[in-house]
Design a protein. Structure first.
Length: 533
């Protein structure tokens, strides 16, 4: 545990990616194999189940801290992290444990089945025998919420540096169903598998948001233009009689979309398609809100398959007849993609071509962009016809020209403290719109939460207002006098039974503080409804 806690201390002490990668690389080179497997599991969201609920954790930690419970709770709200609060309020210790990370985790797995009194004794003994960072990490593991600002991609990069195994190959090996309690480091990371090369995706090519005037791009005839769809960017790989579907987040999602298994035996081996997984029914693209019902499901029922069918909207062809064709011009890759899809259309596969728009001028492109919301797209994609398929985000050849955000003027009704450097300020806000009651009066109905878009000075001003105008407290949440109005922007909108307003918004954020408006002048829920296409 000492070495793992030291790793967390180093990761926690810097925001620089290079520092975090170096710390992880050193750890993977020196830690024991069992601890390395568990570290990979923790950083890729394979955590053991929480053995103690947070109510008991707070109560038992407060006993050791010997402070009033209200003071513990107030400290928690200020710090914003339960494990960090516990590590701070319990009397300091210079001790450290000789037990490994693996030994602690095995104890925690067994702890779940023990009676509360034995759990309390175990926690007290360890809290008092660990130094600050070991206690912090120990409690993080107990809570089952191990978030330390390190993405799986960053962890994979460090693991690659430590072992010499390529990053994309590691990304594949770390996906799927494996158990840190039973698998060895060698089997997980080092051993070569027959399926490694067959399943490997290519790095994704990403577009930049359009900069400057359209005229600066030159002749519109040199560009391929299509709509930008809001789904899950993916690569669909057919090799060796099998299909592998990867998301842009380097997650192997084949099992989550069983519809795509129909590609096997129809689309020839040696094919890799770049596209977007979309909700797709009756020949129409659905909303991202519909697609979310499929995301994160461990199993997909027949009822869900029928209710929310999906398809891949194909953008590009990266491999054809077993040959990497990314260096070929986009126009050539597109021609092969069109031939591929036209050749398999009779099989009714959940695969459709992203249509290219025939436009004579940039003015035509601007008009088509304005029509995007009608058909459920986010805007336009502009791809230079002679461009190769590059790696990562590059400027020049691919641009995304998204629609301006939708917006409404809403009233601030609830607030929570932020995290990190904003942990002493109320910066996480809930906003509401007006809705008519049956008796003719109006009420404010919650519709979105947002925590970005204001300057530091504005956040401090809002924080001051909240502290002076609190109506009620609900743990870390405060309800406030409904007075401040903000313009809230968002990318998409859809009906939703899960929200009190009946509407869900996508990527809400604060556009500006409307000092010129009173609360009663904010928008109605009906304004939102009129935005739904």
């Amino acid at each position: 545990m000492k070495h793992f806690a030291e790793l967390i201390r180093e990761l926690d002490s810097s925001n620089k990616t290079s520092v975090k990668v170096e710390a992880l690389t050193t750890y993977f080179r020196t830690a024991g194999d069992e601890d390395k497997v568990w570290t990979i599991a923790l950083l890729s969201h394979r955590r053991p189940p929480r053995p103690v609920n947070t109510t008991l954790l707070r109560l038992w930690a407060n006993e050791l801290a010997e402070i009033p419970l209200w003071l513990f709770e107030e400290s928690y709200h200020i710090v914003g992290d339960l494990a960090e609060t516990i590590a701070l309020v319990i009397p300091a210790s210079e001790n450290h444990s000789d037990k490994t990370l693996t030994e602690f985790l095995r104890e925690m797995i067994l702890l779940k089945k023990l009676p509360d009194q034995e759990k309390r004794q175990y926690l007290h003994e360890n809290w008092l025998s660990l130094n600050y960072y070991e206690r912090f990490v120990f409690t993080k593991l107990i809570t089952g919420s191990f978030r330390i600002g390190v993405s799986q991609k960053l962890m994979t990069r460090a693991l690659s540096k430590a072992t010499g195994v390529e990053e994309d190959l590691l990304a594949y090996r770390l996906m799927g169903d494996w158990d840190p309690e039973t698998i060895s480091f060698s089997d997980l990371v080092l051993e070569t598998r027959e399926s490694d090369n067959a399943s490997r995706p290519y790095p994704f090519y990403l577009a930049y948001a359009l900069e400057g005037e359209l005229a600066g791009l030159g002749d519109v005839a040199n560009w391929s233009i299509e709509h930008k769809w809001d789904g899950i960017r993916s690569q669909t790989i057919l090799r060796g009689g099998k299909i592998y579907v990867w998301s842009r987040g380097e997650e192997l999602v084949t099992d989550k979309y069983p519809e795509f298994k129909s590609f096997v035996g129809v689309i020839p081996d040696g094919t890799v398609i770049d596209g977007e997984i979309l909700s797709y029914a009756d020949g129409k693209v659905g909303s991202f809100n519909e697609l979310q019902t499929r995301i994160g499901r461990k199993g997909v029922s027949q009822a869900l398959l029928k209710k929310t069918p999906v398809a891949i909207k194909a953008y590009d062809l990266l491999e054809w007849q077993g040959r990497d064709i990314r260096t070929e011009p986009f126009e050539m890759r597109r021609m092969l993609l069109e031939q591929l899809i036209s050749g398999v259309e009779a099989n009714n596969l959940p695969l459709v071509l992203s249509e290219r728009l025939v436009l004579d001028s940039w003015d035509d492109a601007a008009r088509e962009r304005e029509r995007a919301r009608e058909i459920g797209s986010e805007g336009l994609m502009l791809k230079r016809k002679d461009s190769p398929y590059l790696v990562g985000r590059k400027k020049g050849d691919w641009w995304k020209w998204k629609l301006d955000p939708l917006s409404v003027d809403a009233v601030l009704t609830y607030a929570m403290r932020g995290s990190g450097r904003r942990s002493t300020l109320f910066t996480d806000y809930t906003f509401a719109l007006w809705q008519d009651r049956e008796d003719g009066s109006r009420e404010l109905v919650t519709f979105a939460k947002a925590y970005s878009g204001l300057t530091d000075a504005e956040f401090r001003m809002v924080d001051d207002f909240i502290k002076k105008n609190t109506l009620e407290r609900f743990g870390p949440v405060r309800s406030v006098v409904p007075k401040l109005v903000f313009e809230i922007g968002f990318e998409g909108i859809a009906l939703s039974s899960r929200h009190k307003s009946g509407i869900a918004t996508r990527f809400p954020r604060i556009l500006r503080w409307r000092h010129d408006k009173k609360a009663e002048e904010a928008d109605d829920v009906e304004v939102l409804r009129q935005m739904i296409v």
